[in-house]
Design a protein around this ligand. Structure first.
Ligand code: B4P
Length: 184
């Protein structure tokens, strides 16, 4: 069973690659960003709270996100596995996720770590143009990534296998390399 976390800075292509990997390997794709955007669209209580936070480029509180991911993963019982996209984004989320994986007996979790430089990220996200893709918010999201999220990769070093992948290039080429690296 594939147990994959896709990790990297905002706009590196986590959502893009996760969707392709999920399709090719027949995995469940859990994107915390997509879950939040759906809540915004449905105008739920979570959505109203999340929209304001996301539009500023800040992180939704850990407790909320951990609850969402715990529920999502608890539903994975059979099949080819899952790819978790956008989570964890803080050390607290990573520590809680370790506990969730232990509880659910997921023992073969791999990290797929995509990278790209800041100029590439800013230019991609400006082109995408979502409501949280203004230049000011993008730069702030990069700062949040450097301060709060990048330590997560240190947390996983020596603990779980990490597949490093350059996120710059043609989407399909990156995807072929990823599939080769994680195995089918
Ligand atoms: P996310 O939805 O996770 O979005 P992202 O990091 O901005 O994008 P991603 O890396 O998935 O890039 P994509 O494939 O779309 O987060 C949004 C917000 O939700 C966060 O800022 C936060 O507020 C909140 N949130 C989510 N999870 C949270 C958590 N765990 N805790 C707290 N808050 C949380 O690609 C970007 C663009 O690049 C696209 O337009 C794509 O077409 C393009 N692209 C992709 N690959 C390319 C390539 N190889 N070459 C050129 N362009 C490419």
């Amino acid at each position: 069973m594939h147990q994959i976390i896709i990790f990297g800075p905002p706009g590196v292509g986590k959502g893009t690659q996760a969707a392709l990997i999920a399709e090719k390997l027949n995995l469940k794709h859990f994107s915390t960003g997509d879950i939040l955007r759906k809540a915004v669209q449905d105008q739920t209580e979570l959505g109203t709270k999340a929209k304001e936070i996301m539009d500023k480029g800040e992180l939704v509180p850990d407790d909320i996100m951990i609850g969402i991911v715990r529920d999502a993963l608890a539903g994975v019982r059979e099949g080819n596995g899952f790819i978790l996209d956008g989570f964890p984004r803080t050390l607290k989320q990573a520590q809680s996720l370790d506990e969730i994986f232990d509880e659910l007996n997921f023992k073969d979790v791999k990290i797929l770590y995509l990278t790209a430089d800041d100029n590439e990220i800013v230019s991609r996200l400006l082109k995408r143009g979502r409501s949280d893709d203004t230049e000011e918010t993008i730069l702030y999201r990069l700062k949040v990534y450097n301060d709060a999220t990048s330590p997560v990769i240190e947390h996983y070093k020596d603990k779980r296998p990490i597949v490093n992948m350059n996120g710059v290039g043609e989407v399909d080429e990156i995807n072929s390399k990823v599939i080769e690296a994680i195995g089918s």
